[in-house]
Design a protein around this ligand. Structure first.
Ligand code: ATP
Length: 459
C-alpha cells in the first residue's frame, strides 16, 4: 500500500467509524483541533490506562499527579517559554523544524536588522529564498514567517483586560506542573530520591503548521514522567529509562521494525542527552516520544524565579543538592495514530476483502459484540440482551441488531472488536452461542455458562 493511501484510509476509517472527527465540523471545523468519537474515546482511555499502569501502578518509585492547566504566569517565564519564540519564525514545511528567520539569513551572510517588522523580514527572506535551505533536511519550502509565541493566552482573572497584566497561559507542556509540585510531593508522600512523578493531561501550543491529522495538533494530551535523582546517577538512570521505554512500546503492540532511535546531536546548553523514539507513521519515521536528561536546569530555574529552596537533602549523608531530572514525554494522539497505523490490516479471504483493526485486545475499544441472529425474533433479542447484560459488568460490550450478520461482523472488524457472539435458534434449545474470533474468523460454539470464564482467560 502506498504511504499516502494508508494515511487517507486511516483518516477516513477514523471518521466513518467514530474514532476521530474534525472539531466543530458543522461549522467548517477548527484548524488542527480534533474530537475523539465514541470508539476513539475508548481507545484513547485504554492507551492512557496502559501507560498509567506501566508508569505508576507497576513502579514502586513513581507516583501520579494531576495538576491544573492554568498556572501562575511566572512558571512560563521560568521555563523560558515567554521569552522564547518572540522572534520571527518560519517552519520548514517538509520536516517541521522551526527556525528564526534571521538565523537562516545569517547562514547565507545576509544581515537582518533586529528591529525589522514581520513584513520587512518576510520581504528580505523572499528576496533570498533561492539560496536558503533547511538546515535540518536540506529542502527549500518554508512557511510565511511570523513573530510567534507558542503559548496560548487567556484572559483568566484579567476582568478589565488590562494589557499590562501578564496573561494566564494555557499550559504548553504538562511537565511544568510536575516541577512546581516537586516540593509538595516530597513533603507529603513517602518518596526518596530517586523517584518519579507522572501525569497525563492536556497541553496547548500555537503550532504554526499543524498538519498530519492528530500527529500535531494545537490542543493535545501528553503523558509525561519526570524522574528526580542525584547528579551522579543521572546517566545510569537515563540508560535504564531509555531501555524501559523501548520495551514499553513493544508491550503496547508496536513492532520493533517500525521503531527507531533518533539521537539529538545539537543539545540545548543544559541538556546532558536527548533521544527520541520514532515510529514509522504512514508519512515516514517521526517523533513519538522524547527522552531527555535535563540536568538540574528545571528545578534551578524554578528556585530562581520563585525564590524557594528546591534543594533535596540526602537522608544518609546530609548533603544538599538540586535534583537532576530525566524525563519521558509522549503524546496520547501520537500514540493513538501509531496504534491505528500498526493495526490497520486489509485482508483477502476467498476473494472477499475485509478491513480489520487488529488492535491488541487490551486496547480494543469494544471487547465483545453481542448479536441476535435476527432482529425480528423477540426470543433471540431477549436472550442476546441477557448475555449482553451479564457480560457488560466485566467487559466493554456492544449490542447490535442492525443489518445482517455479515455487515455486523464487517463493522466490528473495522472497529477492532476481538470477539462477536451470535445468539441463534440453537441457543434457545441447547444454551450455546457462536463466538467468532476477529483475527482467525473461526467460529466455535460455547456454552453460555462458560462465556465469562472464556473471556476472562482470552481478553
Ligand atoms: P515536535 O518536534 O514534533 O514538535 P517536540 O519535540 O516539540 O515535538 P516535546 O515538547 O518534547 O515535543 O513534547 C513531547 C511529546 O509530546 C512529543 O514527543 C509528542 O509526542 C507530543 N507532542 C508535542 N507537540 C505536540 C503536538 N502539537 N501535537 C501532538 N502531540 C504533540
Amino acid at each position: 500500500m502506498k504511504k499516502d493511501d494508508l494515511m487517507e484510509k486511516i483518516v477516513s476509517l477514523a471518521k466513518r467509524r467514530g474514532f476521530v472527527y474534525p472539531s466543530s465540523e458543522i461549522y467548517g471545523g477548527f484548524a488542527s483541533i480534533y474530537d475523539y468519537g465514541p470508539y476513539g474515546a475508548e481507545l484513547s482511555k485504554n492507551i492512557k490506562d496502559f501507560w498509567w499502569k506501566e508508569m505508576v501502578q507497576l513502579r514502586e518509585d513513581i507516583v501520579g499527579l494531576d495538576s491544573a492547566i492554568f498556572m501562575n504566569p511566572r512558571v512560563w517565564e521560568a521555563s523560558g517559554h515567554v521569552a522564547g519564540f518572540s522572534d520571527p519564525l518560519t517552519e520548514c514545511k517538509n520536516c517541521h523544524a522551526r527556525f528564526r528567520m534571521d538565523h537562516l539569513l545569517e547562514i547565507i551572510k545576509v544581515q537582518a536588522d533586529e528591529k525589522m517588522s514581520e513584513e520587512e523580514i518576510n520581504k528580505l527572506f523572499k528576496e533570498n529564498i533561492e539560496k536558503i535551505a533547511c538546515p535540518a533536511c536540506g529542502k527549500n519550502n518554508f512557511t510565511e514567517g511570523r513573530k510567534f509565541n507558542l503559548l496560548i493566552k487567556s484572559n483568566l482573572g484579567n476582568i478589565t483586560d488590562n494589557p499590562s497584566e501578564p496573561p494566564a497561559y494555557l499550559r504548553g507542556e504538562t511537565c511544568q506542573g510536575i516541577y512546581v509540585n516537586f516540593k509538595n510531593v516530597l513533603d507529603s508522600v513517602r518518596v526518596k530520591i530517586p523517584f518519579g512523578i507522572a501525569q497525563i493531561g492536556k497541553a496547548f501550543r500555537n503550532e504554526i503548521t499543524a498538519r498530519q491529522f492528530i500527529f500535531r495538533t494545537r490542543e493535545f494530551e501528553q503523558m509525561e514522567m519526570q524522574y528526580f535523582l542525584a547528579p551522579k546517577d543521572e546517566m545510569k538512570e537515563y540508560e535504564k529509562l531509555k531501555e524501559a521505554r523501548w520495551k514499553y512500546y513493544l508491550k503496547l503492540g508496536l513492532s520493533e521494525k517500525n521503531l527507531k532511535w533518533h539521537k539529538h546531536e545539537k543539545l540545548v546548553f543544559y541538556a546532558k542527552a536527548a533521544y527520541d523514539i520514532e515510529y514509522k507513521f504512514p508519512f515516514g519515521f517521526s517523533e513519538l516520544e522524547g527522552i531527555h536528561a535535563r540536568g538540574d536546569y528545571d528545578l534551578s530555574q524554578h528556585a530562581k524565579f520563585s525564590g524557594k529552596d528546591l534543594t533535596y537533602t540526602d537522608p544518609k549523608t546530609g548533603k544538599k543538592f538540586i535534583p537532576h531530572i530525566i524525563e519521558s514525554s509522549v503524546g496520547v494522539g501520537r500514540t493513538f495514530l501509531a496504534v491505528l497505523t500498526e493495526s490497520y490490516i486489509e485482508e483477502k479471504n476467498d476473494g472477499r476483502e475485509r478491513v480489520i483493526m487488529k488492535f491488541p485486545k487490551n486496547l480494543a475499544p469494544i471487547k465483545i459484540a453481542v448479536f441476535p441472529l435476527l432482529r425480528n425474533k423477540p426470543e433471540l433479542v431477549k436472550k442476546a440482551h441477557e448475555i449482553f447484560d451479564n457480560l457488560k459488568e466485566d467487559f466493554m460490550c456492544e449490542f447490535d441488531d442492525n443489518d445482517n450478520i455479515g455487515k455486523r461482523y464487517r463493522r466490528q472488524d473495522e472497529i477492532g472488536t476481538p470477539y462477536c457472539i451470535t445468539v441463534d435458534f440453537n441457543t434457545l434449545e441447547d444454551g450455546t452461542v457462536t463466538v467468532r474470533d476477529r483475527d482467525t474468523m473461526d467460529q466455535k460454539r460455547l456454552d453460555i455458562a462458560k462465556l465469562k470464564r472464556f473471556f476472562v482467560y482470552n481478553l
